[in-house]
Design a protein around this ligand. Structure first.
Ligand SMILES: Cc1cc2nc3c(=O)[nH]c(=O)nc-3n(C[C@H](O)[C@H](O)[C@H](O)COP(=O)(O)OP(=O)(O)OC[C@H]3O[C@@H](n4cnc5c(N)ncnc54)[C@H](O)[C@@H]3O)c2cc1C
Ligand code: FES
Length: 338
């Protein structure tokens, strides 16, 4: 590898750091405890690691272009994972990212929610508490383990409310052969220490008078749970429907929790829907793809805000249904689990 020597990175015109050249801007900033979100491990696939590079970034790469709007291209926004530090740079990092910290925590509890979904309760060690807004996510560090040679970070939405500042709960669904989820399911044990950084993201409840519709698939339940538990009285006042898509009865979880919330706050309605019930499933609820159920059960979409969370396919299909109903993007908020 060529020796790029020392390079100076000016951050937001206020701070200069001297680093050894040769690595990506993402990895270099991480080494300086400046945490830029990254959902794909720096492969140029997620588009989460955007920063403005004002000087010294070199030409934009073809892999970056699909993630950047015309306006971002004009402003010099780049994917930090694709910019190599090989000379001095001047960059602008979103201010809120400078408040992201690294945390050590103990796995206090692991609960099997289904055969392929676990809930992790992490008790913070250092720092002892975290300040976040509801709906945000953290990046969990997966260490080296047999079959994984390099530590990687993966994003997980916080499913507990911010009032519990000494704890972070996550809901994680196993992705077959996935690096982080295989570690969580096969290697991670209660009492073990883990590391993460955060918080990131802006998927919180907007303070308006509009009715609320949540639509989630699988582990997309996590931030919706946090939002509802954070302030159920306010959500009840505005009225909310929560459409939750699962394949079959064995993929459902936290149904009792949602029923209890509904009993106390009757204007928060939980609508689970099964897309592929098993022949033996005893089920009297909604059936069909979550998009079909939303389409049928939501004749009136006016004066409503929509909060979507889950895989990209589900989100894109739901947005198409909402557009068909005349909902504009101003009232659709989502977190895609890319
Ligand atoms: C903002 C954000 C919040 C997230 N929150 C959560 C959360 O709360 N709970 C949760 O379980 N996940 C969440 N995710 C997804 C999570 O970050 C990981 O992508 C996921 O757990 C897979 O990681 P892995 O290391 O096990 O798989 P990887 O090693 O990254 O992937 C292995 C293979 O599986 C594919 N793959 C990755 N994800 C999926 C998927 N969802 N479905 C099908 N194939 C996939 C990849 O393309 C790759 O080919 C979130 C993602 C983002 C961006
Ligand atoms: S980290 Fe995913 S695109 Fe850069």
């Amino acid at each position: 590898m060529p020796d790029y020597g020392d390079c100076v990175i000016n951050i937001n015109g206020r701070r200069e750091i001297t680093v050894k050249g040769g690595a990506s801007l993402l990895a270099t900033l991480l080494g300086q405890k400046i945490f830029i979100p990254s959902a794909c491990g720096g492969r140029g696939g997620c588009g989460y690691c955007k920063v403005k590079v004002k000087e010294g970034g070199g030409p934009i790469l073809p892999i970056e272009k699909p993630h950047l709007t015309a306006e971002e291209l004009e402003q010099g926004v780049r994917l930090a994972c694709q910019v190599k530090v090989c000379n001095n740079l001047s960059v602008e990092v979103p201010e809120e990212l400078l408040n992201v910290h690294a945390y050590r925590a103990t796995v206090e509890r692991i609960t099997d929610l289904t055969y392929d979904t676990k809930e992790l309760r992490l008790k913070l060690i250092e720092p002892e508490s975290i300040s976040f807004t509801v709906g945000q996510y953290i990046q969990l560090k997966t260490p080296k383990y047999e079959g994984n040679a390099t530590p990687v970070f993966r994003a997980y939405s916080i499913s507990s409310p911010p009032s519990e500042s000494g704890v972070v709960e996550l809901i994680v669904r196993l992705i077959p052969n996935g690096i982080c989820t295989t570690w969580i399911f096969q290697h991670l044990r209660e009492g073990q220490e883990v590391r993460f950084n955060g918080p990131y993201g802006t998927f919180g409840l907007r303070q308006t008078e509009r009715r609320i519709v949540f639509i989630a698939g699988g582990s997309g339940f996590a931030p919706v749970k946090a939002i509802i538990q954070d302030n159920p009285a306010e959500i009840n006042r505005r009225t909310a429907k929560f459409f939750f898509g699962a394949k079959s009865v064995r993929d459902l979880f936290h149904v009792k929790l949602m029923q209890d919330i509904h009993a106390q706050y009757p204007r928060i309605e939980f609508i689970p829907a099964l897309s592929l019930p098993n022949p033996g499933d005893v089920w009297v609820g909604e059936e069909g793809l979550i998009t079909e159920v939303v389409d049928q059960r939501l004749p009136d979409a006016c004066a409503t805000e929509f909060y979507l969370c889950g895989g990209p396919g589900m989100i894109d299909a739901c947005i198409a249904v909402l557009h068909k109903k005349g909902v504009t993007d101003d009232f659709i908020f989502f977190d895609k689990f890319v």
